[in-house]
Structures are given as structure tokens and as C-alpha cells.
Write a protein that binds this ligand. Structure first.
Ligand SMILES: [Zn+2]
Length: 482
């Protein structure tokens, strides 16, 4: 069965065909590290992580490159405001970004190149573009890409030059020959980091970095390139123009990259979450408040191309679902301990693979998992001693959902640990102190031992009024946040 993706370049759903059999060279645009990552960034890299995990699970040798933009106007502005070195400020936020991505369970890319460490490659690519007549140096030391020199310009965005011209302008201080042209190299200004080049000291424009780093770490052409929908124009459009001109055939977008995937945004009240609109939550704050795996489950609950609406209530619901997954697994593991699973990989594994083969349809995988969990609970909760074949079925369920979970990056923790961690987050949100709850459970146990059941019930009711539900079981009393 082929893997099918929604390819932005052709505007069709089509088979992902790799240039070299069994190998996928994948590039995802990375963050501009001038501040903490927000919930929108988290979605982006969970999406690419799912793509990489699934392609690997399907046997592809995937090389995943994701850059860090650490030389940029926003970084320079922020660093100057704080009197800090821009490259150092960016390094600090890049480190923080890695921590956030680890917390979300994203695999690290194979290479995470930084602009500041690729200036020679960037300068070399610009020199090639000038040499081939696709770029020109202005008298002030800027270098521009000559958009009209590349015949396939605008194809990814489905826009022609006349279309684009209506929105284009030349800003004061820019030395473009044509309003459509864009900067590859910007002459040094006071208070900005700069590097030597054949055109004098300066720094790279934004778009050229991805072209240079793709070439440096993957070679050209590549199989697959990803980013948010907002990157289609101008960023990806310009990446194509640069790379196809410098190292491709100079005429077609495919000579840089064969397929393009773009994801939708995280929204709040139907508006894109972004720094510039000021309606964002940092990932740090959200990961502090909710279990990180619940945040991941929230992202995967919507198809990557569609917008997701963010709210605390929706996150809390995802956390409850995750809790239910782990409660079920804990129960099923206890029942099926020491039992060999029945048969080969079950229906849920097949369904999940087919759903992900079809444009990475994670919500459909989650729907299949929900059904499997319902069936497993029904079987586990059935009264009476379990027949050996029922235990084997439950063991198969636990094996299969964990296998599907490897591709999704879900349910890989030990249930007891996960449940404790989830409970701690829920308790903190409600202002409940777990140690105080434990102390009152001891008090209740003592009351019950002394046959003071009224006192025991009073403690239970008081806890419930605070949002703590207690469950008496054969292994003693446990509690959870309602
Ligand atoms: Zn990029």
C-alpha cells in the first residue's frame, strides 16, 4: 500500500514517491529562536514528528533536518532591547526549545543546523546565484534575488507574477531593481551581527538559510519539505527559487523538492495563535499546567491540515482521555500478566497503519484506539474469573495499542507512573495538595479500623467536595482528581 500525502506543490493528494527507493530526505523549517515557543510551535513539530515516526515504521530510512533561525531581525531587536549578544540569546532559546520538544515526546531531528554556523555555505550559494545570473549585488552591499529570472516562481503558492506585483513594494533603503525581488544578503548595519562576504560585511536574508542548510545536510533534490501554511509564500516560494536556481535545473520547483506538506494553525476564538497577535500561550506554561503527553494527544486529535482550537477545557479533556488510557492499561496488564497475547498484530494495528498511510490521519487512529479501549474495558470488567482466551485477548490489546502508540508517541510510559504524574498536574490545577490527601486517607483508614464508619464517610465526603474521589480496592485505597 502506498503512502499518500496532500502535496501543496501539485495541489493534489498523491503517492509519496521517494527519489531513492526506501529513503526519505525530509526538511522542516525550524523556529526563529527569539522567545519561548508557543502552543502553535508545539503543534508544528508534533506533526513532523508523527510524519517521521510513521515513515520509519513503514520501513523508510528517513533523514530529518530541522534548522534553527538564530540570525534574524526579531532576534537582533530583542537582543538590543536587553543588551545581550543576539547569537547567545538565540542559543538560550534554542536550548529551551529542545527541552520543550523533548517534553512533548518529539524525536530529535538528525541534524538541527544553525544559521550562525552556516555562513560560509550561505555565502557560497549566494555567489553561485550571482554567477548564474539569478541574483545581483546592489551598490549598497545588499544582494537580491531576481524573481523574474526563475520561470517557475510562485507555483507553490499558485500565484503568478502579476498577482504578486500588486502587493509588492520597495521599502526606503532597499536597492531592488524590481519590487518582487527579495534580499539574499543584507549589508551590515550598526548594532547588528555581521560576517565577511564578497559584497562586504553583512548578514543573510531569512529565506537563503533553508536553501543552504538543505543542500549542506540533505543534498538536492530532497523528497519532502514541511512547514506551516503561512510559510508557503514568501518563504517556501523563495526557497524553491533559490535552490532550483543554484543547484537544480534553474527552471522547475521539482529540481529542489518533490513534495510539500503544510499544516494548519492553532487558533484561539478562531484566530491564529501568534506572537504578533499577542493571543498566545507559551508551551512552557501549558506543559507546566497539563501532562505533556495530554498536550500531544490534543494535537493529534485534529488532522494536521485543519485548524485546532485551543482552550484549557479542551486540554483538560485530553488529559482525562489519557488518564482513561492508562487506567485501562493498568487494569489490563494486571489481568493479563504472564499471558501470551492472542495471535499476530490485531485489527487496530492495521487500521492505524492504513489511516496514517492516508495523509497521516491521526484522528482516525485515535478513533480506532477508542473502540479498542471500550472493548477491552468491557472484557476486563466482566464479572467472574477470566478464561485463558480472554486473558490472551487482553494481552493482545495491550500489545497492539502500545505498538500503535509508538508511532503516535503515546502510551509508552508505565501506567502507574503516568497516572501519578497526571494526577499531580490535575491536583495542582485544583489547588489540591497530594500529601494532605494522603494524610487524610490514613486518617480515614484508622477511623474505619476503629469501626468509626461515620467518621470515615465524613472524610470521604469532604474530599469529594474538594474534587478528590477515592476508590477502595483489593490493593488498598487510591484516589483521583474528579
Ligand atoms: Zn525554511
Amino acid at each position: 500500500m502506498p503512502i499518500v500525502i496532500s502535496d501543496t506543490l501539485t495541489g493534489t493528494k498523491r503517492e509519496l514517491v521517494s527519489i531513492e527507493p526506501g529513503k526519505i530526505r525530509f526538511y522542516a523549517c525550524g523556529p526563529t529562536v527569539y522567545d519561548s515557543a508557543h502552543v502553535g510551535h508545539g503543534r508544528s513539530y508534533v506533526v513532523w514528528d508523527l510524519v517521521v515516526r510513521h515513515l520509519r515504521a513503514r520501513g523508510y530510512d528517513v533523514r530529518y533536518v530541522r534548522n534553527f533561525t538564530d540570525v534574524d531581525d526579531k532576534i537582533i531587536r530583542r537582543a538590543n532591547e536587553r543588551g545581550e549578544d543576539p547569537v547567545k540569546l538565540a542559543a538560550r532559546f534554542a536550548h529551551e526549545f529542545d527541552e520543550d520538544m523533548d517534553a512533548l515526546g518529539n524525536l530529535r531531528p538528525d541534524v538541527a543546523p544553525k544559521v550562525s554556523e552556516h555562513i560560509p555555505q550561505i555565502v557560497a550559494m549566494i555567489a553561485t546565484l550571482v554567477e548564474k545570473g539569478f541574483a545581483y549585488a546592489a551598490a549598497n552591499g545588499d544582494v537580491y534575488y531576481s524573481v523574474r529570472a526563475f520561470p517557475d516562481y510562485g507555483r507553490l503558492a499558485k500565484r503568478n507574477l502579476d498577482d504578486l506585483l500588486s502587493g509588492a513594494r520597495v521599502d526606503p533603503g532597499e536597492a531592488k531593481r524590481d519590487p518582487l525581488d527579495f534580499a539574499l544578503w543584507k549589508a551590515a548595519k550598526p548594532g547588528e551581527p555581521s560576517w565577511d562576504s564578497p559584497w562586504g560585511r553583512g548578514r543573510p536574508g531569512w529565506h537563503i538559510e533553508c536553501s543552504a542548510m538543505t543542500l549542506a545536510h540533505l543534498g538536492v533534490p530532497i523528497d519532502l519539505h514541511g512547514g506551516g501554511k503561512d510559510l508557503v509564500f514568501p518563504h517556501h516560494t523563495n526557497e524553491i527559487a533559490q535552490s532550483a536556481a543554484a543547484v537544480g535545473d534553474g527552471r522547475t520547483a521539482e529540481s529542489f523538492c518533490r513534495s510539500w506538506m503544510h499544516h494548519g494553525f492553532v487558533e484561539i476564538d478562531n484566530e491564529k495563535m501568534s506572537k504578533s497577535l499577542g493571543n498566545f500561550f507559551t508551551l512552557r506554561d501549558v506543559l507546566e499546567k497539563f501532562d505533556p503527553e495530554a498536550v500531544r494527544l490534543f494535537y493529534l486529535g485534529t488532522h494536521y491540515r485543519n485548524p485546532i482550537n485551543y482552550s484549557d477545557a479542551i486540554l483538560a479533556e485530553a488529559e482525562r482521555r489519557l488518564n482513561y488510557f492508562y487506567e485501562t492499561l493498568e487494569k489490563v496488564d494486571a489481568i493479563s500478566e504472564g499471558t501470551s497475547p492472542a495471535g499476530e498484530g490485531g485489527a487496530v494495528v492495521d487500521t492505524a497503519r492504513r489511516a496514517l498511510d492516508d495523509d497521516f490521519n491521526a484522528p482516525q487512529v485515535l478513533a480506532a484506539l477508542a473502540e479498542a479501549f471500550t472493548a477491552a474495558n468491557a472484557l476486563a470488567d466482566r464479572k467472574g474469573k477470566k478464561a485463558p482466551e480472554d486473558r490472551a485477548r487482553l494481552a493482545a490489546f495491550a500489545r497492539d495499542v502500545r505498538e500503535v502508540g509508538t508511532t503516535l508517541g503515546l502510551v509508552q510510559r508505565r501506567p502507574a507512573e503516568a497516572l501519578r504524574a497526571i494526577r499531580a498536574k490535575a491536583a495542582a490545577r485544583r489547588g489540591i495538595d497530594p500529601a494532605a490527601v494522603e494524610a487524610r486517607l490514613v486518617e480515614r483508614a484508622e477511623a474505619r479500623k476503629a469501626r468509626d464508619f461515620a467518621r470515615g464517610d465524613a472524610i470521604r465526603d469532604a474530599l469529594l467536595a474538594e474534587g478528590v474521589a477515592i476508590m477502595d480496592g483489593p490493593q488498598g485505597t487510591t484516589w483521583k482528581v474528579e
